[in-house]
Ligand binder design. Structure first.
Ligand code: MSP
Length: 650
């Protein structure tokens, strides 16, 4: 039990203009799982996230929107908080770089760097990538002379600027990267040494005069702080460094883990430690660098047009399944490829079949054979020792993997024990034991051993799936004390006569074919494909035609109206509840002039199934019902009563 230990973990701070996708989700959900795990261990945790709100890009976007940059960021800053709340990210502190206390502290940081001789004025001549807000040297550009990160055009920039003496830290940084385990995985550190330190570390330009949206340098107000110095400082200003808002530096600095994706590793592994050295502050203990969530091999990003919306997935499959999937799929340090097929199969195999079934089968057997409460008698038998040994070894193994931020491996370890428990059911065959009254004590032991294994596994899974695991623990009758951290390495914690409580299915099994069809209809295809299609479509548009592929994008299905009523605030709209052969849906349609609600009940109709949901007069409409113009009136397009609900129309 780490009662007096503190633990400080940070995510990058996000650009508020980004459309959040599951790529963004990875770091924050990973940090959340680690933070929750550490709280469970008994640590006092500080989990920090936030938004990075300055810079030229924001200034440009605000201009396009006709508002001030501050109005612009205020409007959109809540987007990420909303997402984190939705996916149950339980952070302790949220920083915005436009917060006053942060801005003042950044000014003081610049002043200190200047006073200590680490800043000097010179002229910047170089290549600047506006979307990435990064300066690059000639040798760092890609083979086409473009930005090595986003591969877009860079522009020549020359302006008076302040420089940070990064080169002065070359030796110390090399030592940090080669002699310590600061950067994880280790091979990423080698990459940094070879790409940046060996060719000769250059000083960094840390002020701009070509735009105004940022922190003004206190000693030269026409200069704006470089966004990366501004942004990186958040990790200490959020603890109260050089400000009065907080006072947590002593308790939480140095950070235990900064987690970032590979594209921003160099800022965190070179500039940030050098800044801290210049400020005489201790260095963070670990920089954990993960790869990208790709979509068919390409980084998921809004500009590429291949983003997967976490809200769409969460609504359909539950937030825990999505959290589990992305954490389980991302191998430590490398990229992971998102695919609808892999996700659906993963949810089915790991969560519905292995974990969900283990819980529901075990609880159902305790109910069936013992009316829900186990008797006290016990009889140990074959296979018990192996299961118990695996279960008690699990917590220390998972703890060290979480400490190493190897979350996919931690989940694999837990799921191995879940599988072992399922095998134990097959080996011990409780349904056969139940037939023999003399085997009652043995049956009770088998079921108790299963409940204990579930207790340990689901408690360890709680930081990863905080919504569903408490429900599993409730079903097996585990109390809060039964899952205190020190009891997770002990077998035999649940009361001998434990009472279980049957509950809802934790993870319903998904129909692979229809789910993949659904996901393909809601997730944006690749941009290249889109471009090719767009060119073709433009030609056809001119001729007043569309391609068969374009028509096939419209998903038409049959459904039956099961309920219908007028929309209160409208004379035109009716709200229809449909049996669509799946989970049901609601569609709002402007047909009140031609139909009374009661006339529609029972009718079989055709609807567009993949329209973006919209709100009409405050009511959600998930699609559109097809109808025909008949002179001045409108008639619904109906189908034969024999056609099953949910049939595809083509
Ligand atoms: N504002 C900077 C970070 C400053 S930290 C002092 C930034 N913001 S971001 O919004 O563009 O990205 C935030 C994080 O999300 C970065 O670590 C970025 O690499 C990560 N990801 C964005 N797309 C991603 C994937 N497709 N996969 C995994 N992570 C990805 O960078």
């Amino acid at each position: 039990m780490k009662e007096n230990k503190t633990f400080y973990i940070t995510t990058p701070i996000y650009y508020p203009s980004a459309a959040p996708h599951i790529g963004h989700l990875y770091t924050t959900v990973a940090c959340d799982a680690i933070a929750r795990f550490k709280r469970m261990e008994g640590c006092k945790v500080m989990f920090l996230t936030g938004t990075d709100e300055h810079g030229q890009k924001i200034q440009q976007k605000a201009k396009e929107a006709g508002v001030t940059p501050k109005q612009y960021v205020d409007e959109i800053a809540g987007k990420f908080q909303k997402l984190w709340k939705y996916v149950n990210v339980d952070y302790d502190r949220f920083i915005r770089t436009t917060d006053d206390y942060h801005e003042t502290a950044v000014q003081k940081i610049y002043q200190t760097l200047l006073n200590k001789g680490y800043l000097y004025k010179s002229e910047y001549k170089g290549k600047y990538c506006t979307p990435c807000e990064s300066f690059w040297t000639e040798s760092q550009l890609d083979e086409n002379g473009k930005c090595p990160e986003c591969h877009r055009e860079v522009k020549e920039a020359t302006e008076e600027a302040y420089f940070f003496k990064l080169s002065a830290f070359s030796e110390k940084l090399e030592k940090l990267l080669t002699e310590t385990d600061f950067v994880q995985p280790e091979w990423r550190a080698k990459e940094l040494v070879n790409n940046f330190i060996k060719p000769g570390l250059e000083d960094v330009c840390v002020s701009r005069t070509s735009f105004t949206w940022g922190v003004k340098l206190p000693f030269d107000e026409k200069h704006i702080a470089y966004v990366w110095i501004d942004a990186l400082s958040n990790y200490i200003t959020a603890l109260g460094y050089e400000n009065d808002k907080y006072d947590d530096m002593k308790e939480f600095w140095p950070a235990d883990v900064h987690m970032v994706a590979k594209d921003i590793m160099r800022f965190h592994a070179l500039i940030w430690p050098a800044m801290l050295m210049a400020l005489d502050l201790p260095l963070p203990k670990k920089l954990s660098v993960h790869g990208y969530i790709n979509f068919n091999g390409v980084k998921m990003s809004k500009s590429i047009g291949n983003v997967v919306d976490p809200f769409v997935l969460g609504e359909r499959y539950g937030v825990d399944s999505i959290r589990y999937h992305i954490l389980r799929e991302m191998p430590f340090g490398s990229d992971s490829d998102y695919s609808n097929e892999i996700m659906i199969n993963r949810i089915n195999s790991d969560l519905a079949n292995d974990l969900g079934n283990l819980v529901s089968r075990t609880v159902a057997m305790v109910v069936k054979y013992f009316d829900g409460t186990l008797p006290a008698e016990r009889e140990e038998g074959e296979f018990d020792a192996d299961l118990k040994k695996m279960a008690v070894r699990l917590t220390p193994a998972v703890t060290s993997l979480v400490d190493e931020t190897k979350l996919s491996s931690a989940l694999t370890e837990i799921m191995n024990v879940v599988s072992r428990a399922n095998k134990y059911i097959d080996e011990t065959a409780p349904w056969i034991l139940a037939k023999d009254p003399a085997k009652r004590a043995r049956l009770a032991s088998v079921l108790y051993n299963l409940l204990e294994t579930i207790r340990i596994c689901t408690a360890l899974l709680t930081p990863f799936m905080p919504a569903m695991m408490p429900k599993a623990l409730e079903q097996i009758g585990a109390s809060k004390e039964d899952i205190s951290f020190e009891k997770l390495s002990v077998f035999g914690v649940l009361p001998a006569c434990v009472t279980v409580k049957k509950g809802d299915v934790l993870f319903p099994r998904l129909d692979v074919v229809s789910e993949i069809e659904y996901l393909n209809s809601v997730i944006a295809p690749q941009k290249e494909e889109q471009n090719a299609e767009r060119a073709e479509d433009e030609d056809l548009d001119k001729a007043g035609l569309i391609s068969i592929d374009r028509f096939a994008q419209v998903k038409l299905r049959t459904a039956q109206v099961v309920a219908c009523e007028k929309v209160a605030k409208s004379v035109k709209l009716l709200k229809l509840r449909l049996d669509d052969g799946r989970n049901g849906r609601q569609i709002v349609s402007g047909i009140a002039k031609w139909y009374k609600p009661e006339d529609l009940i029972g009718k079989k109709i055709v609807f567009v199934a993949n329209l973006t949901p919209a709100k009409l007069c405050g009511e959600l409409s998930e699609g559109m019902i097809l109808s025909c113009d008949c002179g001045d009136s409108v008639k619904l397009l109906t189908v034969d009563s024999e056609v099953p609900n949910g049939s595809t129309v083509r």
